[in-house]
Design a protein around this ligand. Structure first.
Ligand code: S6P
Ligand code: ZN
Length: 189
């Protein structure tokens, strides 16, 4: 195993009210067009792409080396809204090194972290002040069920990597949709 790169300690600012990183160095932006294939209502998504292709979510980072030993941290922010009746969500992934965990800390807004592993499914609520532990081997996707942005802080082994392909093809066994004015977790058909 390679020795982790030696780094000087540092501190960074987090705006806990906004749920944002102060002066992030890297920003990953996912728009409607990046989410093709993920929502049940493909036509509703295409309509969004045509009407300005809005941002669905962003991930802010001040990155560290993506190797064993380091811890990557970031803030994700999912905008409020839906595609058809389905609440906006991240793509979701397994870690490429599947046996690596992750911690999420809710900063702003409300939502659900959907997780699946070995035929099992769990949904954990995420809100300001609540931590969600994603154990090794569990794929994870976050859904914004609120009226404002959902922001959460994440920490995971920096060498974990991301496997998007399996979720892109399998999806999740449940979707989070608006039913009678409330979020509901329903079976994916
Ligand atoms: C990284 C961590 C989060 C997600 C982010 C976007 O391991 O789980 O930072 O990357 O919430 O989700 P996704 O599924 O598009 O990477
Ligand atoms: Zn992850």
């Amino acid at each position: 195993m390679r020795t982790p790169p030696f780094l000087a300690p540092f501190g960074i600012g987090l705006d806990l009210e906004k749920g944002a990183m102060v002066r992030p160095k890297r920003r990953l932006v996912r728009r409607a067009s990046d989410l093709r294939g993920y929502y049940a209502d493909a036509a509703a998504l295409e309509e969004q792409v045509r009407r300005g292709n809005p941002v669905h979510y962003e991930v802010e980072e001040i990155p560290v080396p993506e190797t064993r030993g380091h811890l990557m941290y970031c803030i994700s922010r999912i905008l409020p809204g839906r595609v058809g009746d389905e609440f906006l969500m991240t793509k979701g992934h397994y870690h490429a090194d599947a046996g690596t965990a992750e911690v999420y800390l809710g900063l702003r807004g409300e939502g659900l972290v959907l997780m699946k592993a070995r035929g099992k499914f769990r949904a954990e609520r995420i809100v300001r002040g609540r931590m969600v532990y994603v154990p090794p081997f569990w794929a994870h996707r976050t859904v914004n069920t609120g009226r404002g942005p959902l922001s959460f802080f994440c920490v995971y082994p920096a060498g974990a990597g991301h496997n998007y392909g399996d979720i892109a093809s399998e999806g999740f066994p449940r979707r989070v949709v608006l039913r009678r004015g409330k979020p509901a977790v329903v079976r994916s058909s």
